[in-house]
Structure formats: structure tokens, C-alpha cells
Write a protein that binds this ligand. Structure first.
Ligand code: ADP
Length: 481
């Protein structure tokens, strides 16, 4: 791996300001999805290491919360600047362990850094309140205080941004945090820790542990010292972590699975819709929780949309993310590509037609050809299951009411998209969609200033924006006589 700053590449956990191995010295392998080559061995920590790290985060909390918001902001700002200074190296590390094209990885580093900048600014605006008292000789004051020690469990699809989106507001609020990154992408998390240390984040305030997910997660959820857990990942594990957190009544933020509809109405700007569809579907090889999962296309425009989308998708350049011009890398692992194959086979067996792709890519490995399917129906598994791969199924509908009913006919409620030029329809449909986020004539909606999050089985809590810091703060009411 050629890095300008080789010290960003670490293979140890970061606990209490120290780089450490697992107690028993065991490791697990991190591989490059392009070819399965082992690129690092990282510590296989368990419950004991987690307990000690929680203790360190608890010990660091009083001094960190006592700092002024401006002092905490300066550290976060420095961390932000360091991320941008090392954007290329951080992107290289990410592409090698995650597979996304280097240009996308660079974009993610900028996006990830933006949460540190944003919450550095927000740290200074965690205002309380003074409430007019119903009693003459009392003052009613509301303070906002950090919740305490936090835990974050993050996925592999955004190895940097899912960490900073949680750690930025936590640290800004005055909390300390223990992060367990996904086992597929720990190197990006370690690199962030290198820069946190350089930025002056005090020891114990930000910690990264890799290892046995169930053991680390078990400790993070059962410890009464951890007051808050923020999780991004599958609905199944989210539910498990919520159950495990019940005994200690933790505050929770859960950002879980999605089944995003992308509705194209007859009156849509067709080219814009195709462009939005490509961005929302094939980014990160379809492996994001806000990726469009179901394209609902009105009958009058269905054939034209299918043809244009198939042409655009056929032009996507598939390959090694490190190669210039690559637009789609491999899927994360064999299990991911098998799931995609199964869903496509099920759709074909039930009458779907391939208008592009539909099979593994000739490059082999976990490369999957960007795919467009027509004649898909609600009876097919991909109508209700998250595909998490580069497959766009096109469902046909006749009326607006039908489109809204189809869009809402899922247990999930994260992101939804629709394209239309009718302004009254924009409001009607945006309000009717049971989703946490809606893109209107836009296939790309994530940024640090807007609240990211879902409803229903997609979880709860909001990340980013002025709302995001609330997840890491408690209100305290003081009644002064
Ligand atoms: P995905 O299918 O995208 O890998 P997961 O929900 O399995 O989604 O993983 C998201 C994160 O949750 C990862 O960091 C993973 O290690 C972690 N995880 C998986 N199982 C558990 C568990 N039992 N306890 C705690 N964390 C877990």
C-alpha cells in the first residue's frame, strides 16, 4: 500500500490513548474485496478489553465535559483539517479494505470530515433555556448536558463517515465514546484514531476496538457505565442490541435497513430521473442503506425509462477501485454476491426480464454486472428485501395513489425518492411517503447539515444537522428559588 504518510496504517486497537493488541494476542484478517488478498491482521478483542476501554472512557469523561465548548470545538476542527490534509491516504486505505472506487472514497472522506467540522461549530450552540415561571419567586432554567460514556457500532459500507457522524456530535457534546467498527473495515477506523491523537483528542475520549462483535457488543450494551448506544447496521442486529440495552435503559439511536422506493412519474424529466437513478442505485455498488431498492415507474414512461437506464448502466465502468475511471468496484464479500444472485434468480423465476447485466461480472471474484430488470412484481423477494447490490428492478404502476401505496408497502422507512414536475404532486407525495428522508428530483440526499434517519423498521434517531447533537445530550431542569 503506497501512502504518503505510512503511519496512518495501524493494526492495533486504540484504547485509553494507547495502541494495543488483544489480551490473548489473537488477530483476524482484513482482506481486499478486489482479490481476497490479506492486507492486515487486526486484534481480536473480547469482553475484557471492552470493559477496560469503557472504564477509560468513563475516567476521561469528567475532564472532557468540563472543557468549554470552544475548547472541544478547536480539537474537532483540527481533526477535521487533518482528515482533509490526509484525504488521499485515507481514501486509499478505504478503497483497499472496502472496494469502493477511489473517487468515491475521497468523497466519503470529505463527507466524513464534514461531520467533525459541523459539530465543532454546533458544540458552541448547545443552548439551554429560561422558561417564564408560574411562581413569582422561582426561575426555571433548562441546561443541556452530555449523556456520558457512549458506544458506537458501525458498518463497513461507509467506513469513515459512519464513525464521524456519531463521534463528531458525541465529542462536541462533551461525551466520550468507544467505537466498534465493522470487521471488514477496521483500518479506516484506526487511521481516524491516528489523526484524533494528533489533533489533541485526550486519551480515553475516543477509542476504537476490533474483535468479536457479539462479545464487544454484549459488553457495550450490558455495561451500566455506557449511557448511550448509536448503531448503524442491519435491522436484525439493531433489534438484538436494543433488547440487550433494555436492562440498563440506554439511550439509543438506530440507523437500520431500508427498502427505498424511487418513483418516476409520467411527467418527470426523464434524463434527470435516469441520472438520479444511477447515482442512487449504483453508488458504492448498491451497498448503501439509502440506495434505491425498488424503481416504481408510471406506465406511460416505463419503456423509455427502462431503455435509457439500461444504456446508462451498460456504460458504467466496473473494476478495481484503485484504477482510474472505475465507477463500480466489487461487492464486499462472497456472501453479499450470493444474496444478489439469489434475489435475481428468484425474480427471473417469477417472470422478471433482464435488460442489462443479470449475472456475475467477467472480472470474477465478487464483481457483479450492473443490472436492470423489468416486469418485476411485489411477489418477488427483491420487492421486500434489501438487495444491497447493483440491481435495479423496475415495477410498473398506473396512478399516483397506487405508487404511494406501493412505496409505503414495506416495513422499512429510511429514504424515498420521486421525480415529477408537478408542484402540487411534489407536496402531496412528499407528505404521503412514510419515510424519514425524501429526495424530490434528487437521487443524492445525504449531507452533514440535514437530519439523516428513518422510521418504522429503519430505526429512530437523527444524525447530522442541528438535531444530531441532541442524541448525545440530556436536558436538566433547574428550579431556582
Ligand atoms: P451487515 O449485514 O451490514 O454487516 P450487521 O448489522 O451485521 O450488518 O453489522 C453492522 C455492525 O454490527 C458491524 O460492526 C458488526 O460487526 C456489528 N455486529 C454484528 N453482530 C453483532 C452483535 N451480535 N453484537 C454487536 N455488534 C454486532
Amino acid at each position: 500500500m503506497v501512502l504518503k504518510d505510512a503511519s496512518l496504517l495501524r493494526n492495533q486497537c486504540y484504547s485509553d490513548g494507547t495502541w494495543v493488541d488483544a489480551d490473548n494476542g489473537t488477530t483476524f484478517a482484513v482482506t481486499n474485496p478486489v482479490n481476497g488478498a490479506v492486507i492486515a491482521a487486526v486484534p481480536n478483542c473480547g469482553a475484557a478489553e471492552t470493559r477496560r476501554t469503557i472504564d477509560a472512557a468513563e475516567a476521561a469523561f469528567p475532564a472532557w465535559r468540563k472543557k468549554t465548548a470552544a475548547e472541544r470545538a478547536r480539537v474537532l476542527m483540527r481533526w477535521y483539517e487533518l482528515m482533509l490534509e490526509h484525504q488521499d491516504d485515507l481514501a486509499t486505505i478505504m478503497t483497499l479494505e472496502q472496494g469502493k472506487p477511489l473517487a468515491e472514497a475521497r468523497g466519503e472522506i470529505a463527507y466524513a470530515a464534514s461531520f467533525l467540522q459541523w459539530f465543532a461549530e454546533e458544540a458552541k450552540r448547545t443552548y439551554g433555556d429560561v422558561i417564564p415561571s408560574p411562581v413569582a419567586d422561582r426561575k426555571i432554567i433548562v441546561l443541556r448536558e452530555p449523556v456520558g460514556v457512549c458506544a458506537a457500532i458501525t458498518p463497513w459500507n461507509f467506513p469513515a463517515a459512519m464513525i464521524t457522524r456519531k463521534v463528531g456530535p458525541a465529542l462536541a457534546a462533551g461525551c466520550t465514546i468507544v467505537v466498534k467498527p465493522a470487521e471488514q473495515t477496521p483500518l479506516s477506523a484506526f487511521a481516524l484514531a491516528v489523526l484524533a491523537e494528533r489533533a489533541g483528542v485526550p486519551k480515553g475520549v475516543f477509542n476504537v476496538l476490533t474483535g468479536e462483535a457479539a462479545q464487544i457488543g454484549g459488553e457495550l450494551t450490558s455495561s451500566p457505565k455506557v449511557r448511550k448506544l448509536s448503531f448503524t447496521g442491519s435491522t436484525e442486529i439493531g433489534k438484538l442490541l436494543m433488547q440487550q440495552s433494555a436492562a440498563t435503559l440506554k439511550k439509543l439511536s438506530l440507523e437500520l435497513g431500508g427498502n427505498a422506493p424511487f418513483i418516476v412519474f409520467d411527467d418527470a424529466d426523464l434524463d434527470a430521473a435516469v441520472q438520479g437513478a444511477v447515482i442512487s442505485k449504483y453508488r458504492n455498488a448498491g451497498q448503501t442503506c439509502v440506495c434505491s431498492n425498488r424503481f416504481l415507474v408510471q406506465a406511460g414512461i416505463y419503456d423509455a425509462f427502462a431503455e435509457k437506464l439500461a444504456n446508462a448502466v451498460a456504460a458504467l465502468k466496473v473494476g478495481d477501485g484503485m484504477t482510474d475511471g472505475t465507477q463500480q468496484g466489487p461487492l464486499i464479500d462472497e456472501a453479499a454476491i450470493c444474496k444478489v444472485e439469489e434475489l435475481v434468480a428468484d425474480a427471473l423465476a417469477k417472470g422478471a426480464c433482464i435488460v442489462g447485466g443479470g449475472k456475475r461480472h467477467e472480472l470474477g471474484g465478487t464483481y457483479y454486472t450492473p443490472t436492470v430488470l423489468t416486469h418485476t412484481t411485489a411477489a418477488m423477494r427483491l420487492a421486500s428485501e434489501e438487495i444491497f447490490g447493483p440491481v435495479a428492478p423496475l415495477f410498473r404502476f398506473e396512478t399516483e395513489d397506487q405508487a404511494v401505496a406501493l412505496a409505503n408497502d414495506t416495513e422499512y422507512g429510511l429514504a424515498a425518492y420521486f421525480y415529477t414536475r408537478d408542484i402540487s404532486r411534489v407536496w402531496r407525495v412528499a407528505e404521503a411517503l412514510e419515510y424519514g428522508m425524501v429526495g424530490v428530483n434528487s437521487g443524492l440526499i445525504s449531507n452533514e447539515v440535514a437530519p439523516f434517519g428513518g422510521v418504522k423498521s429503519s430505526g429512530f434517531g437523527r444524525e447530522g444537522s442541528k438535531y444530531g447533537i441532541n442524541e448525545y445530550m440530556e436536558l436538566k431542569y433547574v428550579n431556582m428559588g
